[in-house]
Ligand binder design. Sequence first.
Ligand SMILES: Cc1cc2nc3c(=O)[nH]c(=O)nc-3n(C[C@H](O)[C@H](O)[C@H](O)COP(=O)(O)OP(=O)(O)OC[C@H]3O[C@@H](n4cnc5c(N)ncnc54)[C@H](O)[C@@H]3O)c2cc1C
Ligand code: SF4
Length: 410
Amino acid sequence: MNDSIVEEAKRCLQCKNPRCEAGCPVHTRIRDVIGLFRENRIEEAGEILFSNNPLSLVCSYVCPHEKQCEGHCVRGLKGAPVHFSVIENYISAYFLQGFEPTERLEVKKNGMKVAVIGSGPAGITISFVLAKKGYDVTIFEGNDLIGGVLRYGIPEFRLPKTVLDEFKKALIKCGVVIRPNTSIGTNITIDDFFRDGFKSVFIGTGVWRPNRLGIKGESFGNIHYAIDYLRNPDVYTLGKKVVVIGGGNTAMDVARTVVRHGCHDVTLSLNRPEAEISCRPVELEMAKVDGAKILECVQPVEFKDNGVVFVSLEKDEKGEMREIPHSETFHPFDSVIIAIGQGPRSVIVSTTHGIDVSSRGLVAVDECGRTTRAGVFASGDVVTGAKTVVAAVEVSKRVAEAMDEYMQSL
Ligand SMILES: Cc1cc2nc3c(=O)[nH]c(=O)nc-3n(C[C@H](O)[C@H](O)[C@H](O)COP(=O)(O)OP(=O)(O)OC[C@H]3O[C@@H](n4cnc5c(N)ncnc54)[C@H](O)[C@@H]3O)c2cc1C
Ligand code: SF4
């Protein structure tokens, strides 16, 4: 494996205009990082990666590289692109394990407190950037462990959870205080933060309310939602035959997790042709490798204790999916897992005045993450709806700068 990383780095052409960097949403200095790696200057390479993207290690595992850096690499025009993800993974893991911020960052505290609600990619990014600028950052996390979707959504076989333990250590080394098991909006509210002297508040609470189908039988004991299931698959007794409803990346993660928990008869039901579903092609391929079967162009219309009634769908003249009349068919399943997306919970905005939300309940912000209440900022999925890790990092870096500017102006 390590041989192939070195070989991969040697394949880089050190382009004058690196197309790979243009394809990266956070414009990682890929060419320079690979150049330093080749000169055995791994510390410097790691520093460049981390200071540009504190979550580079996570990104090396979960970014859709085929659409981003690797999808743009000039080598890919006539063959295989340089697989930067494996190089980034090696450097970032090395860097994070030896992370010592006091030497590297020379932090001078400025005495101002910041409250960060949520420890997903958005909250972690904000915390690293503001801690580096000298703020006293406290993360308030509703769960017992940090990471958000990285911890309680993306399965272990795609992202080892030990990575998140390294992030926790690094945050603490940067002076960040973590208050776990504290859901803001219940006992403690945003007003309490301002009363207690926090100069600004960041909301990075993600989207954790599963979308529902709203059909008969959805309240039965054998029907579950993906984001709830992935949180702790060990506690579910699903039976022998399971259907996962949905064709996104979350549905693929669910199907592959179900198989790994001992149920080998898993079907993915799709409301369109397989070729048109939204997940990464590689995720679908891997779900199939793991044994998932596909039931395409169907829509569930009723759940029963022992299965699902589906109607069949076909394309109309405009290319939109429509139901085929009288096509209801019962398919026996022991359990159903619904994976059709998530929306935000409203616990914070409903207990705080002055924070506007969109019709979908997403927090309304300007381009720098300022909410409609002075001193309160937001980014990540709670603003954009479900997106990607790198998208949360990209915008959160900007939001951290806006928070700094705001606090310095007080
Ligand atoms: C199953 C699944 C697989 C995915 N796979 C990928 C992938 O492969 N690649 C990729 O790039 N993206 C993937 N994503 C999307 C990506 O994980 C998210 O876009 C990203 O995690 C969003 O980060 P965030 O910080 O905004 O929110 P989150 O990760 O959701 O973190 C929000 C945090 O806030 C906490 N919180 C919520 N409410 C409160 C409260 N009131 N008080 C205190 N804390 C609170 C939550 O507990 C959580 O820790 C996936 C998403 C899912 C669901
Ligand atoms: S585009 Fe490919 S070959 Fe060129 S610098 Fe980037 S990784 Fe190297």
